[in-house]
Write a protein that binds this ligand. Structure first.
Ligand SMILES: [Zn+2]
Ligand SMILES: [Zn+2]
Length: 88
């Protein structure tokens, strides 16, 4: 697919430090399991992916309004926009 669309949410990206590098911040607090981790690129919130029971990364994006995450899995560097539901 070719597209010249530039996601305006990319402007929300900051230099962030993962707040909880050991796992999903909410799952660590709630003692719930997660599958994969996503890093919020606006604030450094680490949340669990859509395949996880609690989907904290998506919840964080919609509750706080931080649109872009990147994969926090080793060897993965893709970014995802929760507003436009696309890789950016
Ligand atoms: Zn979680
Ligand atoms: Zn955030």
């Amino acid at each position: 697919m070719t597209s010249t669309f530039v996601d305006p949410d990319l402007a929300a990206i900051r230099h962030v430090t993962p707040r909880t590098p050991n796992g999903c911040e909410e799952c660590l607090r709630l003692h719930t399991p997660w599958l994969h981790l996503r890093l919020c690129l606006s604030c450094g919130f680490v949340g669990c992916c859509d395949s996880s029971p609690m989907r904290h990364a998506r919840k964080h994006a919609h509750t706080v309004g931080h649109p872009i995450v990147r994969s926090f899995e080793p060897g993965e560097s893709w970014r995802w926009c929760y507003v436009h539901e696309i890789y950016v």
